[in-house]
Design a protein around this ligand. Structure first.
Ligand code: OAD
Length: 280
């Protein structure tokens, strides 16, 4: 799995000075029991009788039916609140500990599992939001409000109760809070989704690991392109091919490790630990 060529690339990156970065998607959390979006049993695959998820996960639909959308999200998120980080999440934390000055994590995952590992959260960029938080839908203020525990532990329910609805109302303007996630009809910004920071990170990276993502969204694609164009070594860990695969295989700087992240990442981090001791 770690070929001599990959080993050489890892050693080269360890000698570098730029970031050692991760671009992470839903596949990382698959081994924690959270469905991905586009695999066979993914969130985006089963439609509802009336709407597809792509229609549901929109600002437009939230404006029309805030309670229906909140209930859909709380039910969808239910499984995330029960989940625990897996070996892949912990390996990423270990790598942060090995390179605390150079580490960066760009995650599309809203499940919050990285934060449960005890990582330094300043180096985590949650580019699609974070379901542990909500914010005022009318933006009467910009603060992120932790999702109340009652809403995390409610289990699967058909409808929101009166008490739950009250918890979803902004304490300042009494309008609704919204989930702190990026919707299909919204665009990335710096304030909530760190668009500029992650692009800057991408062009200042010696080694980029891409973990468990199909490459279907915009900013991750830009991160990938910026890194490749700046001569970064890119190692993609995914048991299946993705929209990145062809370019990775074509590029002299790209490597595809066709394994599950929970299995491959701990071995890679161990290898990097050994190499670091030999080099330093
Ligand atoms: P996808 O569901 O599109 O892709 C998941 C990827 O994980 C696939 O390429 C799988 O092959 C791979 N995979 C599955 N199990 C794996 C494992 N054990 N180890 C490694 N890889 C594995 O999910 P994302 O690429 O994360 O955005 O989707 C990107 C975005 O699309 C999401 O953040 C979400 C969605 O629309 C928003 O909600 C804004």
């Amino acid at each position: 799995m770690i070929t001599p060529e990959i080993k050489e690339r890892l050693a080269k990156a360890i000698k570098g000075e730029k970031h050692i970065s991760f671009l992470v998607g839903a596949g990382l959390s698959a081994e924690s029991g959270i469905p991905t979006f586009r695999d066979k049993d993914g969130y985006w695959m089963p439609g509802s009788p009336n709407y597809t998820p792509q229609q549901m996960a929109t600002w437009r639909m939230f404006c029309q039916q805030p309670l229906v959308i909140w209930n859909w999200y709380l039910n969808r998120f239910h499984i995330c609140y029960q989940a625990k980080p897996n070996a892949g999440h912990f390996a990423i934390k270990d790598l942060q500990d090995l390179f605390p000055e150079r580490f960066a994590l760009i995650t599309q995952n809203v499940d919050g599992l990285h934060f449960q590992t005890g990582m330094n959260s300043k180096q985590i960029y949650s580019i699609h939001g974070d379901l542990r938080f909500m914010r005022c839908a009318a933006a009467c203020h910009k603060d992120l409000i932790p999702l109340p525990n009652q809403l995390k532990n409610r289990g699967l329910q058909e409808k929101l109760t009166k008490e739950e609805i009250m918890l979803l109302q902004c304490s300042d303007c009494s309008g609704f809070y919204r989930p702190h996630v990026l919707w299909f009809d919204e665009i990335y910004n710096e304030e909530y989704y760190k668009i500029h920071t992650v692009k800057y990170t991408a062009i200042n990276t010696d080694l980029l690991f891409i973990i468990g993502t199909s490459g279907a969204t915009n900013l991750p694609n830009q991160v990938f392109q910026l890194a490749l164009r700046n001569n970064t070594t890119v190692i993609d860990i995914n048991p299946n091919s993705s929209l990145f695969t062809a370019e990775i295989l074509y590029s002299p700087n790209g490597y595809w490790i066709k394994e599950k992240s929970g299995e491959a990442l701990p071995l890679i981090v161990e290898e990097m630990r050994k190499l670091k001791t030999e080099i330093v």
